[in-house]
Design a protein around this ligand. Structure first.
Ligand code: ZN
Length: 408
């Protein structure tokens, strides 16, 4: 663990604007039998005075976060499956029309996007550091290399397979603190007219929805169009297109090309203007965000304390990485939320990081519905509420906290 007093990208001064205190690794679910000690780090966010990139002040060694037994499977959600099928079809119809076209995805997880490229018979390669999910992709016939994407890996791929028309990453690039090595890797691998496309949570959405639980160890950077434009320019590239996506609580898909290779679309300028009008990089906005975070914490605690006083049973739904920041910052443990229902087998039977709330299967949730369920997986709200219709029919109520605490 190392402190980073300077911007990891441009070396500018960092202005810290929120400190969540000591936090566990958001995906390190705890074995109730004990054995391993939990790792905690200081979770604080800062904005660079020069390039405006929002980033964590401390980074956690990547091997601690993206382990062999990393429990997140992209294919768990049907909404996300459809999103990535559409993404793959878009690439097949635009960038991958040539007979030898080649797409590389880093952080390819269980192959949710590459599966469509593979089925279309097109050249592809996933680069995935977590062995478990990489094996799940390989089992579907997808080509995967079990590695971190960095300069050396990318150079080896380029030497062995030639240039890529598309380098793609979803919910991965903003996780990587060492973006310099990634950009050098993209430089080594990308065809002259190729595109580097990445989609990650959008800071403007996080501020607008007070979705502070998006801030955890695995999310190192919080992108805006302005900061990504500056970052791309810093490494000799150019931001040429942006598209807002309604997944994971609001993301942007950024398209970056070699400088001068493509003409930026009007969307880039439009988003820059919008960000300026919304003042998202101004100090008063950062302060308002901090006050809004503490209001959500106080309101949510008040609702849960009231449930406890009334003797109501409360569970949570979705043992998401996000919920680690929520439970630990708000001081929510098993005394307020009895358990978390989650469909990921690797999480069931374990305890949530830091807050030690037991994780159980959705079948156990359905077998004896609680009076209230806190929707930790709020980014999949529609899908979960539809799937768990029986909970509402049985008189259960959802507690949501994005963008504000409400019982629905
Ligand atoms: Zn900077």
């Amino acid at each position: 663990m190392s402190a980073t007093p300077e911007c990891r990208i441009c070396g500018g001064a960092l202005h810290e604007f929120f400190d969540f205190g000591r936090q566990p690794l958001a995906d390190a679910f705890v074995d109730p039998e004990g054995g391993t000690e939990e790792f905690f780090h200081r979770l604080a966010v800062a904005m660079c005075d020069a390039c405006t990139m929002v980033q964590l002040l401390e980074d956690v060694p990547r091997e601690r976060m993206f382990r062999t037994d990393y429990p997140y499977l992209s294919s768990g959600s049907t909404v996300m499956q459809e999103h990535f099928r559409a993404t793959a079809r878009h690439f097949l119809d635009t960038e991958l029309r040539g007979p030898d076209a080649f797409l590389v995805e880093f952080g390819s997880n269980d192959g949710i996007m590459l599966d469509t490229v593979h089925r279309a018979g097109r050249r592809h390669l996933g680069v995935e550091p977590c062995a478990g999910v990489a094996e799940a992709a390989a089992a579907k016939g997808i080509r995967v290399r079990n590695a971190f994407f960095e300069e050396s890996t990318a150079a080896e791929i380029a030497a062995a397979e030639g240039p890529a028309q598309v380098v793609y990453a979803a919910n991965t690039f903003s996780h990587i603190s060492y973006v310099d090595s990634v950009f050098r890797g993209v430089d080594a691998l990308l065809a002259p007219e190729g595109v580097f496309v990445f989609e990650d949570p959008y800071l403007a959405d996080i501020f607008e929805r007070t979705s502070f639980d998006q801030i955890y160890d695995e999310h190192f950077y919080f992108f805006t169009v302005r900061s990504v434009q500056a970052m791309a320019a810093h490494y000799g590239f150019e931001l040429v297109d942006v598209e807002h996506l309604d997944v994971h609580g609001g993301e942007i898909r950024y398209t970056v090309a070699r400088r001068g290779a493509r003409t930026p679309t009007p969307a880039v300028g439009l988003f820059l203007e919008r960000e300026k009008a919304a003042r998202i990089t101004e100090r008063d906005t950062l302060e308002r965000f901090g006050a809004a975070v503490d209001k959500v914490r106080d309101d949510l605690r008040a609702v849960l304390e009231r449930c406890r006083a009334e003797g109501a049973t409360v569970a949570a739904y979705g043992a998401t990485a996000k919920s680690a920041t929520l439970t630990n910052y708000c001081g929510i443990g098993p005394e307020l939320v009895a358990y978390i229902a989650d469909s990921t087998p690797a999480k069931q039977g374990r305890l949530s990081p830091g807050s030690h709330i037991p994780v159980r299967s959705p079948e156990e949730f359905a077998a004896a519905y609680p009076d209230y369920a806190v929707l930790f997986a709020w980014n999949h709200a529609e899908e979960i509420m539809a799937k768990e219709e029986g909970f509402r029919r049985a008189g259960g109520r959802w507690i949501v906290y994005v963008p504000e605490v409400r019982i629905v």
